[in-house]
Design a protein around this ligand. Structure first.
Ligand code: ATP
Ligand code: MG
Length: 364
């Protein structure tokens, strides 16, 4: 059988720097664990614009549709700020998400013990935290019609429409329940059914998918405002949180700050299952291209490495290998190894991007 395939799109800024470390990790798994992938590489963002005049070529788009998983670094940079909107680096990323129809955005908030002091919250609130926010990514108020700024009674009115179909709610709910089965078997669905019709439908459909298909998973519902409060007060009560596009945007950023640095946060965006049963998938760090530190060996590669770990788990069913990789990251952090973004008052062993990658390989 052919090896599973990965398309690497390193992109701009620190994207290629952190991706270099991921490639070391991929090679290690091939050499030492007999977990081999067919890896190809291509351009996205400003890097693609420089060569092709577009932030994502049709050929690259077609490749992304064929592979088992896309690993993306980051796109954008000051050099491209002057470009027309239609060819901005970010448009490359949006095209991938849109055409692959990646409707389920997974953002884990996981607090490594060694970094518990680094969080914005008290250590006992976050130590050992491991939750997953599933955000609906392709519908809701960001896309609903009508939208626009109109004139009414001589003043301007800004309009957006929150809109969800049953099938859009069903598919993201399934994605959350499937995840919960591999984790803590618990889903909390968040909406505002007290004030929004879309929230009433959301709650009803999530409950129905649960009752018909996943009765063994524990399901609860919470209003999103109460959820935001609980997320800050006692985040460890959650396992998987499923929510819409707008609330997911807010809640996942809030959850991110529970764990410390932007340089630590991975993400996955999943779509419908392909013929081989694997979901369409793209994995990327939450951080951007960080032009302020690009080219200096300062970037923390852990967010990107943990994104690959999510690929092992969710695209390739290699949970044990993902555990191994995460344990290696944990070990390195426990040893005090720190890129600049993780150096707090308690100090540590300062390392560069590539040294961090090497330490993780050693720990593996
Ligand atoms: P985007 O618009 O692409 O989200 P941004 O400017 O909003 O970009 P980032 O590029 O993520 O956000 O950078 C925000 C800050 O976080 C920067 O100052 C950068 O130095 C820091 N940062 C981001 N990623 C990392 C990383 N992997 N390692 C260290 N620092 C990082
Ligand atoms: Mg940003």
């Amino acid at each position: 059988m052919a090896n599973p395939s990965i398309l690497i799109l390193a992109g701009d800024g620190i994207g290629p720097e952190v991706m270099t470390e991921v490639k070391k990790v991929i090679n290690w798994f091939g050499a030492k664990r007999d977990v081999a992938f067919d890896v190809s590489e291509d351009l996205v963002g400003g890097a693609a614009y420089d060569v092709h005049g577009v932030p994502l070529s049709d050929e690259t788009m077609a490749k992304a549709q064929e592979v088992d998983a896309v690993l993306l670094g980051a796109v954008g940079g000051p050099k491209y700020d002057v470009l027309d909107f239609s060819v901005k680096p970010e448009r490359g990323l949006l095209r991938l998400r849109k055409e692959m129809d990646l409707y389920s955005n997974l953002r884990p908030a996981q607090c490594f013990d060694a970094l518990a002091d680094f969080s914005s919250l008290k250590k006992d609130v976050v130590a050992g935290l491991d939750i997953m926010i599933v955000r609906e990514l392709t519908s809701g108020i960001y896309f609903g019609e009508p939208r626009g700024i109109i004139v009414e009674n001589n003043e301007r009115v800004g309009i957006n429409t929150q809109r969800y179909t049953e099938s859009e709610i069903e598919r993201v709910a399934r994605s959350a329940f499937e995840l919960a089965k591999r984790r803590g078997n618990k889903v909390c669905s968040m909406e505002k059914a007290n004030v929004m019709e879309s929230g009433i439908l959301w709650r009803e459909v999530v409950q129905r998918v649960h009752d018909e298909e996943y009765p063994e998973v524990e399901l609860s519902h919470m209003y999103a405002d109460a959820g935001a409060m609980q997320l800050c007060r006692a985040p460890k009560q959650f396992d998987v949180i499923v929510t819409d596009n707008l609330f997911g945007d807010l809640l996942s950023d809030a959850a991110a700050m529970l764990t410390g640095s932007l340089g630590m946060l991975p993400s996955a965006s999943l779509g419908a299952p392909m013929a081989n049963g694997r979901p369409k998938a793209m994995y990327e760090p939450v951080h951007g291209s960080a032009p302020d530190i690009a080219g200096q060996g300062k970037a923390n590669p852990i967010a990107c490495i943990l994104s690959f770990s999510m690929a092992l788990r969710y695209s390739f069913d290699l949970g044990a290998e993902a555990d191994r990789l995460e344990a290696a990251v944990e070990k390195v952090l426990a040893d005090g190894v720190r890129t600049a973004d993780l150096l707090g008052p308690e100090g540590g062993v300062p390392v560069s991007t590539s040294e961090m990658g090497d330490k993780i390989i050693e720990a593996l």
